[in-house]
Design a protein around this ligand. Structure first.
Ligand SMILES: [Zn+2]
Length: 434
């Protein structure tokens, strides 16, 4: 994941254009991503796909011909989506188009102007302070023309048409945590899930923020009912604790699964209630869509000083933190895959576990990996009304331990088998396991 982030870091991305395409093509080396090109002007709900932006170079030169602001040194130096400019001007005139962060005098801010045609440069306060009155040559060698908006999609079929949606934004230029970390995590998840048994189908979206999510939803309304769970991945590589932001529904399976896995993880974590601000969960959880899509991040956007600045660079993300986020996601999906409601077929008093060898297994818990409490909780609450996740929440026992207990109890014909390892949503849809 860290290697991928390092490779993608230098590319100047935006919500459209060749930087975004190049990024998606690099991802195609790892997963068979399908690229869609949506023409400028396409109406998507209340929005319109914008003109395509591309940039080759940009600078501000002083009268000695030195580049005092140079796009080649950092693509953050240009306000993303700046219209082309070739002019000479005084410092006073130029200052209307310069953006700095006085509180962090060494950092370059990240600014965009997607939906209002303008131009500007971002630079460190230190750089600005060194600029004297002069006759400056200003050049932004960009184009803003009718073209396309690109996004990437990878669909991983499972045994049922019910889907898990994993979405990340891929439109930010040289910023690592926001959101190369989310992209790298989604790619790793796709590879892992591709290599494992799965019941659900998984759909991965690598889209420009906001307009990409709106476009995908507008063009894929028929798919929306198939989405049973979803996660937006962003900002998962910094040193802060994991934060799970609940879906608009608040008590969806994904919300409960993420809470359970984080609680059992042993790592510090925070659960956040839904709010209509943030990343693309805003679109997935808009009232007319209302999907059970939560968001996994570390330190929430806007609450750390490096956010949307040049300090969100390679050393701001950590391989071990990415790994921990991957492990948590895999556990959440494993939980959703293995959740189900079972029936105790011997419900009158406790079954005699000893004569089935389960009692001895309890004695030697370490070998069998079975916990007595897990067996007893599964037997007691499996009356057809409680899923394994319900039992996990009520008992405080790790879902995994309950799933192993349920498997052992089924092998001994103590639990109803009809719905074995079939996600609830799939069973409701009448799906069959082969
Ligand atoms: Zn951002």
């Amino acid at each position: 994941m860290y290697r991928l982030i390092s490779e993608l870091y230098p590319i100047c991305r935006s919500i459209t254009g060749d930087g975004l395409r190049e990024t998606l093509r690099i991802l195609q080396r790892q997963i068979p991503l399908e690229l869609s090109e949506i023409p400028t002007g396409t109406q998507v709900f209340d929005w319109t796909v914008p003109k395509e932006w591309n940039i080759r170079d940009a600078y501000v030169k002083n009268s000695s011909g030195e580049r005092v602001i140079d796009f080649r040194k950092s693509n953050l130096h240009v306000v993303n989506y700046s219209v082309p400019v070739r002019r000479r001007m005084s410092l006073a005139e130029l200052k209307d188009h310069l953006f700095t962060l006085p509180a962090q005098p060494e950092w370059i801010p990240y600014r965009t102007s997607y939906y209002k045609e303008s131009w500007g440069f971002c630079l460190s306060q230190r750089q600005l302070s060194a600029m004297k009155e002069d006759d400056y040559e200003v050049c932004i060698d960009s184009t803003l023309e009718d073209g396309h908006m690109t996004y990437g999609e990878f669909f991983l079929p499972g045994k049922t048409p019910d889907e898990v949606l994993i979405s990340c934004h891929a439109c930010h230029p040289s910023l690592c945590n926001d959101n190369l970390s989310g992209i790298a995590l989604a790619v790793s998840l796709a590879r892992r899930l591709n290599a494992s048994e799965r019941c659900y189908s998984y759909r991965f979206l690598f889209i420009p923020g906001t307009i990409g999510a709106i476009t995908w939803l507008a063009l894929n309304e028929k798919r929306i009912p198939h989405i049973k769970h979803g996660l937006v991945l962003t900002g998962v590589g910094d040193a802060g604790p994991l934060h799970y932001k609940k879906s608009r529904r608040g008590t969806a399976d994904i919300d409960r699964a993420a809470a359970h896995v984080l609680q059992q993880s042993g790592h510090p974590y925070e659960l956040l209630e839904f709010s209509p601000y943030g990343y693309d969960e805003r679109q997935f959880c808009s009232p007319g869509i209302n999907l059970p899509v939560g968001r996994l991040s570390r330190t929430p956007h806007g609450t750390f000083p490096e956010y949307h600045t040049s300090a969100d660079k390679l050393d701001f993300v950590h391989p071990d933190k990415l790994g921990e986020a991957l492990a948590v996601c895999l556990e959440v999906f494993s939980l959703l895959e293995n959740n189900g409601t079972f029936i105790n077929v011997n419900p009158k008093c406790e079954p005699q576990l000893g004569k089935r060898g389960l009692y001895r297994m309890i004695g030697g818990q370490a070998d069998a990996g079975l916990s007595e409490m897990a067996l007893l909780w599964v037997l007691n609450l499996s009356d057809g009304n409680n899923s394994l996740l319900d039992i996990a929440e009520r008992s405080g026992i790790q879902f995994d331990a309950l799933a192993r207990a349920a498997k052992a109890l089924q092998e001994h014909d103590l639990l109803g088998k009809q719905n074995e390892f079939m996600p609830l949503a799939a069973r409701r849809a009448g799906g069959k396991q082969d």
